[in-house]
Ligand binder design. Structure first.
Ligand SMILES: Nc1ncnc2c1ncn2[C@@H]1O[C@H](COP(=O)(O)OP(=O)(O)OP(=O)(O)O)[C@@H](O)[C@H]1O
Length: 231
């Protein structure tokens, strides 16, 4: 589904953030991207979201070379992908319900569909009773659940999450992981950059590790690092 072929990104200041990346991600996969701060995780995600283009190499999504997508077609490409960020990025003046509905309105859906789908997704993330709340009336974990609801409302093929548990305590992080795992079980690929050692070791999913912009490890069911495997 997703393929990076010899992808290198050199920023304007001549810093090489990722180098010669070769990576294949299949439909429905669950993938953790790990690595120290500055290793290139967010750069990889930005490349995939087509926020930036590589300096060299090709990235394909369902055989489409995304590095060649025209600016006006980027939004259409991103409809395949739901994103979740560490800082939630909800719209502060909209309620929980409206935040999720807004994502549907952006891509066309009629009012009837919206009235049917939004409550279903809010129920899936356990927020039916908070539909009328505003983001600043919610805990961090609840805000992240709204962000997940918003990311999945249009049934994307892939979810990309950049440090989704980065601001949350361990218990709340586990709740978020439960929801992401459930979404993955329903067939959506989940690509998640994280520093959370405990989560990675617990879930035993595919792990790629970046170091100074290079993939130094790609394991089908890895832990946080080679010396930290589950016994
Ligand atoms: N726009 C930019 N211009 C120049 N250098 C950049 C830019 N964005 C990132 N970098 C550099 O590229 C390297 C990789 O950054 P990136 O944000 O991908 O790392 P990361 O692994 O996501 O780190 P973190 O875990 O801290 O978020 C860093 O050294 C960073 O300083």
């Amino acid at each position: 589904m997703i393929e990076f072929n010899n992808v290198t990104k050199v920023y304007k200041n001549e810093f090489t953030a990722v180098k010669n990346i070769n990576l294949k991600i299949e439909k429905g996969e669950f993938l953790f991207i790990v690595g120290k701060s500055g290793a290139g995780k967010s750069t990889l995600i930005k490349l995939l979201l087509r926020e930036i283009n590589p300096t060299e190499g090709i990235i394909t999504y369902n055989n489409q070379n995304i590095t060649k997508i025209r600016k006006r077609n980027i939004a259409e490409y991103r409809r395949n992908i739901g994103f979740i960020f560490q800082d939630y990025r909800l719209l502060p003046k909209l309620t929980v319900y409206e935040n999720v509905a807004f994502a549907m309105e952006m891509i066309c859906c009629n009012a009837k569909n919206i009235r049917r789908e939004v409550p279903l997704v809010l129920s899936m993330v356990g927020l039916s009773d908070k539909a009328k709340y505003y983001p600043d009336e919610l805990s961090g974990g609840e805000q992240q659940r709204v962000a997940i609801a918003r990311a999945v409302i249009n049934k994307p093929e892939t979810i990309i999450a950049d440090e989704p548990t980065g601001n949350l305590d361990q218990e709340t992080s586990k709740e978020i992981m439960k929801i992401l795992t459930e979404i993955n079980k329903r067939g959506t690929a989940v690509i998640m950059a994280t520093h959370d050692r405990e989560i990675i070791n617990q879930y035993q999913k595919r792990v790629i590790e970046l170091k100074q912009g290079v993939i130094i490890r790609d394991m089908k069911t890895g832990g946080y690092s080679n010396d930290n495997k589950k016994a």
